[in-house]
Design a protein around this ligand. Sequence first.
Ligand SMILES: Cc1ncc(COP(=O)(O)O)c(C=O)c1O
Length: 430
Amino acid sequence: MSSRLSDEHISRAFRRAVATTGLIHADDTAILFYDLSFLEQRVRDLQSLFPPNTLHAIAIKANPLAKVLERVCQWGAGAEAASLPEIHLALNAGFPPKKIVFDSPVKTRAEIEFALNLGIHINADSLEELDRIAAALNGAKPKGTVGVRINPQVGTGKILSTSVAGDYSKFGVPIHAYRQELIERFLRFDWLSGVHIHIGSQGCEPALLLRGIERMVEFVDQTHHAFNQRGIPRRIQLIDIGGGLPASYARDARPMDMRTYQKEIAHRFPQLFSGDIRLITEFGRYIHANAGWLASRVEYVKRDPGIHTAAIHVGADMFLRECYHPDDWPHEVTVLDHAGNAKAGLDENPYMIAGPLCFAGDLLAREIRLSKVQPGDYIIIHDAGAYTLSMWSRYNSRQTPKVIGYYQDGERFEVLKERESIQDILDFWA
Ligand SMILES: Cc1ncc(COP(=O)(O)O)c(C=O)c1O
């Protein structure tokens, strides 16, 4: 399977969307598209690579659209929830509690009790949280399972703000200082059966992710050794390797694919594939990013000497990281005409792609070369399927765009979410 959707594919799907009566309205100034066939293939590939009892808890934060979650659930995957509302999104989409992994870094007592009562798998983020879970259980056995997140302290990747396994991290229990205390908790809490890591999102080389797994496996061996020494016949049963496999955001970028990553894991840690333990994965970006692309109508083109500015209908409201840290989060940007056809040639001047928000940094691309852009054309932001709509900002109170899913190059379309209405905005601020 290719790592990204090609320009030709996007042009073909967009041409078909524009030609479909009643699908796109005049006020749909921007539309987020999802290739659901591509998305399904990503999930199915993941499932085929790992042992059948693996729980693939796809990170909801990457793409919380209810209709997409319903599909992900129907395809047999699970859901990773980073908050109580994300648990509710998962339950509403049909995920059974035992396929939900609750990873919020700040769980209240009430949230812990809610998850325990339903039998949702909880990963405690700290020793303190683990003790709260113990208090909530009060001697009873949990209906579901419980793990603890360790920070394997293997270092940071290229993007500091999404790297979470440095010496200091606000997540997890740092392994160097707390190894012994962690082992003691495993000895004391006979319901504690899982270990969890997550190294970072994008920008972390697979070698760093693998080093994290190595530290976790080392810790599991040490805990088993402690069990053996005390004659305790228990084993750690759940190993949660988190997410973090980078997605490709550029036509010449070829990050490691899931198949190669799985092979590396299986080669270096065959014990994880022996059937004795159950694996959990929490991929988000790799699953969703390349399945989505955004099309925004160009409203104006300002032609200043030496530089042109194409003003479009999304900016930092949907592409928060991209506008604030453009060097870390570049997207490919291309242009189609009003009917979806690729435009030929290159304009002599470079373009700024400007969003609609009231601040100077609301630029989605800076000084890029494009064909001559006209009002009414569409700017395509590629690989927009993960951490985009889910990071929507309310600044300037713009409406979230319509979301359209499609199958097989646009043979069939389905509205996944309507554009937000003015009433929705009034309700938000009421
Ligand atoms: C605990 C946890 N698991 C999984 C993920 C998903 O990471 P990615 O989307 O990079 O696969 C994240 C993302 O931040 C996370 O914090």
